[in-house]
Design a protein around this ligand. Structure first.
Ligand SMILES: Nc1nc2c(c(=O)[nH]1)N[C@H]1C(S)=C(S)[C@@H](COP(=O)(O)O)O[C@H]1N2
Ligand SMILES: [Mo]
Length: 199
């Protein structure tokens, strides 16, 4: 009798089909941070959504934890060429924060404790989460705890660690690495690494 397990589809394909061009698989989980690691107690953590009109909505840690939670198993791809398969996270789908928000903007930027930022089209937030748990444990500060953005369809520099908010914008405004020569969008399957790689 046929039976289906959640991992069936993944295992039916060779892992090489899941490896974007120019990447190698790794079992380890490297840490890549542009500066010192901020330590933000959850009692002090807030997440603020700002619209292009300047309207703000904020969530405390407890309010964020009261939103719908999802478990995500996904491959992640870093522009420094490592990929890691089947990483397991838990967090809030970004669309839960956008539920009662009116916007005419088409872009967004993530802002972080420590000053980092990164930009993407608004619609990419439909495949993004604010995650607080990695592999069953509270996300470590090195990997962006207490909470980071997870946007697994783009290179990992878009998954802002120590996220403290999202800003919806009318115009696309490059973030930290995007201003520093990285590609504005960063699709690993199209190898959008540097600013002059094809759109
Ligand atoms: N706030 C913040 N987020 C960040 C970074 C950073 O320096 N600061 N580095 C980015 C880059 S370049 C990568 S590859 C990933 C690395 O995530 P990791 O350290 O959990 O592997 O985080 C991204 N998010
Ligand atoms: Mo990176």
């Amino acid at each position: 009798m046929a039976s289906f397990s959640p991992g069936f589809r993944g295992r039916a394909h060779p892992l090489s089909d899941r490896l974007p061009p120019g990447q190698y698989p790794t079992e380890s989980f490297p840490v890549l941070s542009a500066g010192p690691t901020p330590r933000i107690p959850t009692e002090e953590w807030t997440f603020t959504l700002t619209t292009e009109q300047g309207e703000k909505q904020s969530w405390t840690w407890d309010e964020m934890m009261a939103l719908p939670q999802e478990d995500i198993t996904t491959d992640i791809h870093c522009v420094t060429r490592w990929s890691k398969f089947d990483t397991r996270w838990r967090g809030v789908p970004v669309k839960a924060f956008l539920e009662n928000v009116e916007t005419t903007g088409h872009y967004a930027r993530a802002h972080c404790y420590g000053g980092y930022s990164t930009n993407f089209p608004l619609e990419d937030l439909l495949n993004a989460w604010v995650v607080h748990t990695y592999d069953g444990y509270a996300l470590s500060p090195e990997h962006g705890g207490p909470a980071r953005l997870l946007m697994p369809h783009l290179y990992l520099w878009k998954s802002a660690k120590w996220v403290r908010g999202l800003e919806l914008t009318r115009h696309d405004e490059p973030g930290f690495w995007e201003s520093g020569g990285y590609h504005n969008y960063g699709d690993p399957w199209r190898e959008q690494r540097r600013w002059n790689d094809p759109p």
